[in-house]
Design a protein around this ligand. Structure first.
Ligand code: ADP
Length: 718
């Protein structure tokens, strides 16, 4: 042995003696030259026996085979083998011997524990019924359990080593819907077609090591088909039950109203008081059923939301008015602070009204000792925030966190006494979130609460479609009421007859078709649940027949069919139990709109719009009101007016542009336009103004002006 090697020998010995791996040095002539203690333990024979012995005499065929192969090839090799019930890994590293030829250093490691642990984890992961896919940091699949193989319809061998996006592995029916996403995970619901239609929840989480570094990700796949079906059944059940409850309630509520209105003759004070209690409770029942239906609609995704530019000041004023009487009676005040230049938000006016009413009624309910209520609205970045503040019970931080969940109520003797269902706030939250906003509460227990919501600002291209308002005063006319429930039909007929309408009733689709032709009604009210849903068929028939297609149909229903109804051509949709004022309002509006000439008033000054609307309605006109040029165009697209009163300076498309596009379109070119302007006319564009019928300068007297307009309409009509 050369001198240098000899000097290194004690160090090498020490190194080998301290190693937890077995080490064997094999000479080029395949003789064991060195071996450490650990190798003796692992191989089960002493050094004295082995040193100088040939490789073959190690008597571990797998080990000998690997070493021989590595020596023959002259490259490093790794191999695993079993011995005495344990599992070893050996590494063979060839070296060039100074005396010539190639020797090898063999290291042997006992991997039994590691392997056992790995097997155990694999067994655990393999036996879960959720599908699991493990990815390394490069996105390569390193593990697939049998459930995942089943869900994906392919074997692990085709997946391991693949770099793939989890979602792309599925044979997906529609684009996966992202259900939830946070910093580390994404949850999506996937509809899978193969081998049968199933719904899968797929969740991808990042895998972090103990220092928080991302070392890969894990996808969990759960088959939620049964849960989804159960949820759907539950929703259908709630819908059906609510429907069944609403039918009798419609009659109860309607007839109580009639008795209280004195329609059944005089009643005594005590009768009035008792009926008042019955009415109050039936109203509560209707409210509860409506809440349950709202929840089931939201949960099943059947809720229909409009998105239009909202004047939140207007909404707030409307909601506050509902409570004015109650609040006055209690000797408290309700104040509103809305800046004049509050930008418009985007949302559904009716649903936002519902949210406001909920917040305000809670503010009143949960401040039993009184105290003022303050409403405010302000722009916050790219949203509008509306808040309702009370000085009532307040809410503890723990309760605040849960308030917006279904059925959650703060449980104290006080709140128990106040009563409620705990559904209101959860509905508010869903509505606001579906509209792209958020809700929240700030509160100090014992001092009061501020409930708020934020809605995104309305984009400039979002356009409100102005509604048509009929003339003031009772119009009269023929109405066909189609309903298979005699009681319901009688109730509607009573409401409408008292309003001055001539009513005919039909209880089957056949009768209704005959009546629609003979009676020539101006409006038809239709219960679509007629004859187990035959109402939709009837609606379609009415709309397909040129003789009846222009008669507006108001759909009345206990089920949520707004979408389907409007698709089939219904003009309006009202939910049962019928609200008398709403029904009458809608019918008045429709009859007015057909009988009277329609005038569109377009001006960004709301006071002028209000004044003209009122004056025109008084004179028997139906009016559409637009606050900017785009809204005016949207209104015209919805219904061609008989005359347009147009302001020139308006945001979002000015009067000149409106006039030019009206005149450029054949279908609206002959609608008379009266220009109202307070400003110097723009002479560069004066050629456009020649297209107008009249030009009136502001300020003007509304009565005179409307007389003027009347003359224009008559002239054009002649
Ligand atoms: P309900 O009023 O029918 O119980 P909500 O969902 O509207 O249902 O409210 C849930 C709970 O939140 C109420 O039971 C009440 O405990 C609490 N809460 C709501 N508004 C207020 C408020 N303004 N002040 C104090 N507590 C409130």
């Amino acid at each position: 042995m050369p001198e240098d090697d000899r000097r290194a020998y004690p160090h090498i010995r020490a190194l080998m003696a301290g190693s937890r791996e077995g080490m064997i040095v094999i000479t080029p002539d395949r003789v064991v030259r060195l071996m450490n203690e650990r190798a003796e333990d692992l191989l089960g024979f002493g050094r004295g026996e082995a040193m100088g012995a040939t490789l073959d005499s190690l008597a571990v065929p797998d080990l000998v085979g690997s070493v021989t192969a590595a020596l023959d090839a002259g490259v490093m090799a790794m191999a695993g083998y079993d011995l005495g019930g344990r599992e070893y890994t050996c590494a063979v590293t060839p070296y060039d011997d100074p005396d010539g030829g190639t020797g090898a250093v063999v290291t042997i490691r006992d991997d039994s524990e590691v392997t056992r642990a790995r097997r155990q984890w694999e067994a655990v992961l393999s036996s879960t019924s959720d599908g699991l896919l493990v990815f390394d940091a490069d996105g390569r699949i390193t593990f697939v359990n049998p459930a995942a193989e089943r869900f994906l319809g392919r074997g692990a061998e085709t997946l391991i080593g693949l770099v793939a996006d989890t979602w792309s592995l599925f044979d997906v029916q529609t684009d996966p819907e992202t259900v939830e996403r946070d910093g580390t995970a994404q949850l999506r619901e996937i509809q899978v077609e193969k081998p049968e239609h199933r719904t899968m929840d797929v969740r991808v989480d990042r895998v972090l090591d103990d220092r928080g570094n991302a070392v890969g990700s894990i996808a969990t796949i759960r088959d939620v088909t049964i849960e989804r079906e159960a949820t759907q059944m539950k929703n259908e059940f709630v819908s059906t039950v609510s429907h069944e409850l609403r039918t009798p309630l419609t009659s109860i509520k309607g007839y109580i109203d009639l008795i209280l209105d004195g329609e059944a003759g005089d009643i005594s004070e005590i009768q009035r008081e008792f009926l008042g209690i019955v009415k109050e409770n039936s109203d509560r029942l209707v409210e509860l059923i409506n809440d349950m239906l709202d929840i089931s609609r939201i949960e099943s995704g059947r809720i229909v939301l409009k998105i239009e530019p909202l004047d939140l000041g207007e909404r707030i004023a409307g909601a506050v008015n509902t409570f004015r009487a109650v609040v006055d009676q209690q000797g408290r005040t309700i104040s509103v602070d809305v800046p004049d230049d509050l930008p418009r938000a985007a949302g559904d006016p009716d649903r936002i009204g519902q949210v406001l009413i909920n917040f305000i009624s809670n503010a009143i309910k949960y401040s039993p000792a009184g105290g003022d209520i303050e409403l405010g609205a302000a722009r916050v970045d790219s949203a509008v925030r509306v808040s309702v503040r009370d000085h009532g019970l307040g809410i503890s931080p723990e309760n605040q966190a849960q308030l917006f969940t279904k059925f959650y109520r703060v449980d104290t003797s006080l709140t128990r006494e106040i009563g409620g269902t705990g559904l209101g706030l959860s509905i508010c939250k869903s509505i606001v979130e579906l509209l792209g906003g958020r809700v929240g509460v700030d509160s100090v227990e014992g001092e009061g609460s501020t409930f708020w919501f934020e809605l995104p600002l309305a984009a400039p291209e979002l356009v409100r479609t102005p509604s048509l308002e009929g003339p003031l005063g009772s119009p009269g006319g023929r109405i066909l009421v189609v309903d298979d429930s005699e009681q319901a039909a009688n109730l509607i007929a009573t409401y409408l007859t008292r309003r001055g309408y001539e009513v005919r009733k039909a209880s089957t689709p056949e009768d209704a078709l005959v009546a629609a032709l003979e009676f020539e009604p101006r409006v038809i009210t239709l219960d679509v649940m007629l004859d187990e849903g035959a109402g939709f068929g009837l609606l379609q028939q009415l709309k397909n027949d040129p003789r009846t297609k222009d008669i507006p149909v108001v759909v009345l229903s206990i089920i949520c069919d707004e979408g389907k109804s409007s698709r089939l051509g219904a003009t309006r949709y009202l939910e049962k139990p019928i609200d008398k004022a709403k029904l009458v309002g809608v019918i008045d509006g429709l009859v007015g709109s057909i009988a009277s000439p329609v005038v569109l008033v377009a001006d960004d000054d709301r006071d002028i719009v209000d004044l003209l609307t009122h004056t025109l309605k008084q004179r028997g006109y139906a009016v559409m009101a637009a606050y900017n040029g785009r809204e005016a165009m949207a209104a015209v697209a919805r219904r061609r007016p008989d005359a347009i009163l147009l302001d020139l300076r308006m945001p979002d498309m000015d009067g000149y542009e409106v006039l030019a596009s009206l005149k450029a379109d054949e279908s609206t070119a002959d609608v008379p336009v009266v220009i109202m302007s307070a400003y110097q006319l723009d002479y560069d564009r004066s050629s456009i103004l020649k297209l107008a019928s009249q030009l009136v300068c502001k300020p003007f007297d509304a009565e005179d002006f409307v007389s003027h307009v009347e003359a224009v309409i008559e002239e054009e009509g002649a």
